[in-house]
Design a protein around this ligand. Sequence first.
Ligand code: PEP
Length: 254
Amino acid sequence: MNPNRTPILAGNWKMYKTAAEAVAVVTELKAEVAGITKAECVICPPFTALPALSAVVAGSNVQLGAQNVHWEKEGAFTGEISVGMLKEFGVRYPVVGHSERRQFFGETDAGVNKRAKAALAAGMRPIVCVGEMLAEREAGKTQDVVRTQVTGSLAGLSKDDMVTTVIAYEPVWAIGTGKTASPEQAQEVHAFIRSLLVSLFDAATAAKVRIQYGGSVKPDNAKLLLSQPDVDGALVGGASLKAKDFAAIVKAAV
Ligand code: PEP
């Protein structure tokens, strides 16, 4: 972490939890993280939990995210969700381009780019996910893959947009597998992403962008990962489903 960037910890709940279950977890979480001002704590629940959670998080330091957002304001796009629908419930951080969306639902860098731009235009802060598959890492292609994803997903953003955007580096082989990238592996790619941002934008912009690590982050490995200079937080799946575990990860960042 770097003292000039506020760490951001986001819980991606994927397709877990009914609205009632979500309320119970976030009620516990907001008590656990009350008073934490040096890190941002975000929950990205299923869309169906957003109305209830918007009331639960009001006045607390838990913020709401979402797991996707579409680029059109409205229309015949079955199964999609618009910026207006998310903003109605106070969503600030929509995740775009999660590897599960890329792998199982055919999302591309061009589409991720449109989603990110729509979120930014609506005053939200997208969390743009990138990361290589195991075979790509083993073939020595990590940097090529990440370069293509970063360049494509962030194409056409202004410097101000870039500073507002969060990048999540999530090696696909580490997501939900219990295999975490070592702190050194994470730092190496995070530093690479920041160097890409220097060439795509400029050094001052790159220095402000927060880059989260994601992939089997747990209470017992969070501190070491977060201690890396270019790791500015975490995108957490499994361990964010339990209030105490996610709170421990948030506390590891302060
Ligand atoms: C994720 O869903 O983005 C993720 C990193 O999951 P997990 O923490 O379970 O690996």
